[in-house]
Design a protein around this ligand. Structure first.
Ligand code: GP9
Ligand code: MN
Length: 626
């Protein structure tokens, strides 16, 4: 190489500084699991390689432009890392392009953001300052290169890129075809290359709709007829016929709080009683199946009985698709459908999506009165939210279907201590410690809502469904969670923690019971329609009535885990579901039939959404006399 050895080139210094900084962030600020020495090696190499790829472009520029390029590249790169870090602290995940374009949502995240920014983060910009300083012309750094040096520098770029991709494929075969998850991508090819990959995928997504045609839907239909049969009835068909439906989506509510006690006090006294009531069916092994779209993904699942996407929020990416949704089907059966949620109407693109899937009305934050006294965390506190909803509810045409989405139990789980009726937990995670207090608050809010419904005569003729939308405590807090559970959170426990409350309360029914069978959000739509005695023949959904005896036997989670009647698969490990014992480290064994079935279904669901395939499907007119 013809590089001048008198001084190390500025772009090399920038590469080393930026690369080491990035490595430190990967290693110590993100919670990336490193399982073997090859992964450790790749994690060390890829930040340097990625930094080199960008900074080495500068050799082709004139000295002045080159210095400018290096400064701005270092700053932009650092901002990309930093935004990902903030996002990661909240979601334990990396930004994807669809999520990035949810500008309105970003503004609403402001109440969490102060918890996510830490002062020492400023150190992340140290290398940018140094690069900025060194790139002053007076420093006279080495920025001029001969033609052969430029070519050599670029050749090294391609060698590094090829080397990195090869190592990544060795470590995780099929990584680029199957994606697996974003963490693998970032670990193996680095954050910047991951973003390039993600943008390419996004373009592909857009193209998929253009190239889709009606033929694909018949394969899905065949699968439905044979393996899912969502319209197959159970004994409870019509058990709640004609009743109003009050659906309560419990923000960030996980099963582990049920029956828990903090310093001798129950966290959820009301739900504890409710789940044991003879008017309630409580599904104790009910899993959330959401991905990046969080609450909106859970809504999508219950409205469509289809899976949310593995990346981005389907409420954003495919809000204009053709759907055959729950509100639409209920409307056709004379229900008045509405959503109550005291947040701005564009959050999660709800205004657009709700309109598309047929809700009659959305009582958003403008329908409620928020004051400094009744605001907690993200907005109107749940007690005020339910109270203020009652007058609207009373005026609705019956039968109605009303979905209530609570908000107070949202990260970062703020609770004024004078309103906290249970102590904080005691662990290294303030997030987990506070969680019990906000959960308790929501439990009280639901109790007072029940009381008001009774007082207003809205209770007896209704069916009330309660469902946790997704996890509240991310993997980031596994250590503290381990302290609470009294055992280490391994892969199996992690999957168990994805269970959320699901209760169907039918006042006066008296034959309710605790259900042990595995269940998921995908099953809510057919279950509810059947309880209401509404035929869903010809509907295309992947869920099954939860009261059916001959169910598919697996629940697919969107992180690649699968829960089966007998086994639980997660992260290349297969566990016995009942005992939690590791059965095998290799998915080729007992769990293979499970993962194959789950992947097939997820692929079908994805292809319906990406291709907007329901636009090619003729749905049967619903027959209400079944
Ligand atoms: C926002 C609320 C919370 O309106 O539903 O959303 P989440 O962050 O849980 O998806
Ligand atoms: Mn939520």
């Amino acid at each position: 190489m013809q590089l001048n050895n008198r001084k190390t080139p500025l772009f090399i210094i920038a590469t080393i500084l930026f690369g080491i900084k990035t490595y430190i962030v990967y290693r110590f600020m993100f919670d990336l699991s490193i399982d073997n020495p090859l992964q450790e090696f790749i994690l060390l190499i890829n930040p340097i390689a990625s930094a080199y790829l960008v900074f080495a472009i500068s050799v082709w520029f004139q000295p002045r432009k080159q210095r400018k390029f290096l400064r701005w590249a270092a700053l932009t790169g650092t901002l990309i890392i930093y935004f990902n870090l903030l996002f990661y602290r909240n979601f334990t995940d990396f930004i994807t392009i669809p999520v990035l374009f949810q500008g309105n949502n970003a503004a609403d995240l402001s109440s969490s953001i102060s918890t996510l920014i830490h002062w020492p983060d400023l150190l992340l910009f140290l290398d940018v300052l140094v690069i900025w300083y060194l790139s002053k012309p007076s420093f006279n750094m080495h920025v001029e290169f001969s033609k052969s040096s430029k070519l050599a520098a670029t050749a090294v770029t391609f060698l590094l890129l090829a080397g990195n991709v090869t190592l990544a494929e060795m470590e995780r075969p099929m990584l680029f075809v199957r994606t697996f998850d974003r963490e693998y991508l970032v670990k193996n090819i680095g954050l910047f290359n991951y973003h390039i990959y993600d943008s390419t995928m996004q373009t592909k997504t857009k193209a998929q709709r253009v190239f889709a045609d009606g033929s694909e839907i018949s394969e899905v239909e065949g699968y439905m007829d044979k393996d899912v049969q969502p319209d197959k009835k159970s004994e409870l068909f019509g058990a709640a016929k004609g009743r109003n439906v009050i659906f309560i989506s419990l923000e960030s509510f996980q099963n582990f709080v049920l029956d828990s006690k903090i310093n001798g006090k129950e966290t959820t006294p009301f739900l504890n009683d409710l789940k044991e009531s003879s008017d309630t069916f409580w599904f104790k092994n009910f899993y959330h199946q959401t991905a990046q779209g969080k609450t909106s993904d859970s809504e999508f699942l219950i409205e469509n009985s289809m899976y949310p996407l593995g990346r981005g929020a389907v409420y954003f990416t495919n809000a204009q698709n053709e759907y055959h949704s729950l509100p639409e089907m209920l409307n056709e059966n004379d229900y008045y459908t509405s959503v109550f949620h005291a947040n701005n109407r564009s959050f999660w693109n709800r205004d657009v999506m709700y309109d598309n899937i047929g809700y009659d009305h959305f009582y958003d934050e403008n329908a409620f009165e928020e004051t400094p006294q009744n605001k907690i965390g993200w907005g109107l506190e749940d007690k005020a939210f339910f109270n203020q909803s009652i007058p609207y509810l009373k005026k609705l045409d019956q039968p109605f279907y009303s979905k209530f989405i609570t908000l107070t139990n949202h990260f970062p789980f703020e609770m004024p201590q004078n309103q906290a009726h249970v102590d904080k937990f005691d662990s290294g995670s303030e997030t987990l410690n506070q969680y019990f207090q906000t959960v308790r608050y929501t439990d009280e809010a639901v109790e007072s809502f029940f009381n008001k419904l009774k007082r207003e005569g809205l209770y007896e003729n209704s069916i009330i469904i309660l469902m946790g939308d997704h996890y509240g405590i991310s993997e980031f807090h596994n250590k503290a969670m381990g302290k609470f559970l009294g055992k280490e959170v391994n892969g199996y426990e992690h999957v168990q923690l994805q269970r959320v409350p699901f209760m169907i309360h039918i006042p006066g029914y008296d034959k309710g019971e605790v259900q042990e069978n595995i269940a998921g959000q995908i099953d809510v739509k057919p279950t509810l329609l059947h309880l209401l005695g509404i035929e869903n023949k010809g509907d295309l959904g992947f869920g099954q009535d939860l009261f059916r005896k001959d169910r598919k036997g697996f629940i697919a989670l969107r992180d690649g885990s699968v829960v089966g009647d007998q086994y639980v698969y997660t992260d290349s490990q297969c566990f016995d579901r009942k005992t939690g014992k590791l059965v095998s480290d290799d998915q080729e064994d007992q769990c293979k039939p499970l993962t194959e079935k789950a992947n097939k279904e997820l692929d079908y669901s994805d292809s319906i959404i990406y291709g907007d395939l329901l636009r090619f499907y003729e749905f049967n007119q619903i027959d209400n006399n079944g």
